[in-house]
Design a protein around this ligand. Structure first.
Ligand SMILES: Nc1ncnc2c1ncn2[C@@H]1O[C@H](COP(=O)(O)OP(=O)(O)OP(=O)(O)O)[C@@H](O)[C@H]1O
Length: 313
């Protein structure tokens, strides 16, 4: 059975003394094996949601199940977190911090020692094993966070801005490692990021969060389509075809606009209508040279969504 890794119903968290909830009536689920991104402005409630899922902060109301049980009941070996910062003991060595993390998750150091060494190697920290954590750079500490979380592959990995402070190479290594773990272990990922490209590449689904609420839930393509700026550029071989293109486009429910050498097509549900247009043109033996979709970026979509929500409040 493919149980949900996370199932939240009307999940709410109001911090003591706060006038508004940090997480407000969130209802969503994350199927096992899915990678879900949380996208939202500062203070939207993303980290709070991760804290609820990993059980370090109790909800004020609503229900939350992680692999079918209350968050606190999830075996520590099955859940790991890459935190935004810390918690490391800065005055202990890299290796001692890893040993403590292993003990906390109920893992025998003897059994995972070689995995730890391989991970340190993979993340360019092999030469730092005996260094005190406070001597590591910000990016090295972040890589150490990832090593610590992966000492044993968890069923559910929560990542809070995992690539903040990482260089391009480090970011790629983290992504590649997570790709591999998803392929080999069916790992479920929930991650926050302010880097749209990170969520777009790594998450099949994105929850847009603001003021503790889920504004949208969909793939990055759906979010971009919804922002309404998807167009298609179509080139045909000969000006003799232009009349046919304009006519077929209208029949397919699209608006054609001729812009020197090519047609720009717009319209609701463009992705779904485009094949109808292409089939009609093929039937009329119109030679199509190229069709290119151009859509608004995820950043455009995100800003459109969050600004619309602010102005409707
Ligand atoms: N321990 C806490 N006590 C009281 N309020 C808190 C606490 N942690 C967070 N908050 C408040 O809850 C709200 C949501 O914070 P949270 O850290 O979840 O946002 P976020 O979306 O992760 O933001 P960022 O992108 O800046 O990391 C904010 O208004 C914040 O001030």
């Amino acid at each position: 059975m493919n149980e949900d890794a996370v199932a939240a119903t009307a999940l709410t968290k109001t911090y003591p003394g706060a006038s508004t909830p940090a997480v407000d009536q969130m209802t969503f689920s994350v199927p096992t094996g899915q990678s879900v991104g949380l996208l939202g402005p500062n203070g939207a409630g993303k980290t709070t949601l991760l804290k609820l899922i990993c059980g370090v902060s109790p909800p004020t109301a609503g229900q939350l199940l992680v692999h079918g049980v209350a968050p606190g009941g999830v075996a520590k070996r099955d859940l790991a977190v890459v935190h935004q910062s810390g918690p490391f003991d800065m005055m202990l060595t890299v290796q001692d911090n890893l040993r403590i993390a292993a003990a906390f998750r109920g893992l025998s150091w003897r059994r995972i020692r070689s995995r730890a060494a391989a991970l340190l190697e993979e993340f360019d920290l092999a030469g730092k094993t005996d260094d005190l954590v406070f001597t590591l750079s910000g990016g090295q500490r972040r890589r150490l966070q990832v090593v610590r979380a992966l000492l044993r592959v968890p069923k559910l990995l929560l990542l809070d801005e995992p690539s903040a402070g990482l260089d391009v190479e480090g970011r790629r290594r983290v992504w590649d490692m997570l790709d591999e773990l998803r392929r080999t272990h069916g790992l479920t990922l929930v991650w926050t990021s302010h880097h749209m490209d990170e969520l777009e590449r790594n998450c099949e689904r994105i929850l847009v969060v603001q003021h503790g609420r889920i504004l949208r839930d969909g793939s990055s393509e759906q979010l971009k389509d919804e922002a309404g700026q998807v167009t298609a550029e179509l080139r045909t071989g000969s000006p003799d075809d232009w009349g046919a293109v304009a006519e077929c486009a209208r029949l397919a429910g699209l608006t054609p606009e001729y812009r020197g050498e090519l047609f720009v097509l717009t319209g609701d549900d463009l992705r779904r209508r485009l094949p109808t247009l292409i089939a009609a043109l093929t039937e009329r033996q119109v030679a199509i040279e190229s069709v290119a979709l151009t859509s608004s970026s995820l950043e455009d979509a995100f800003l459109a969504l969050t600004r619309a929500e602010v102005s409707s409040r």
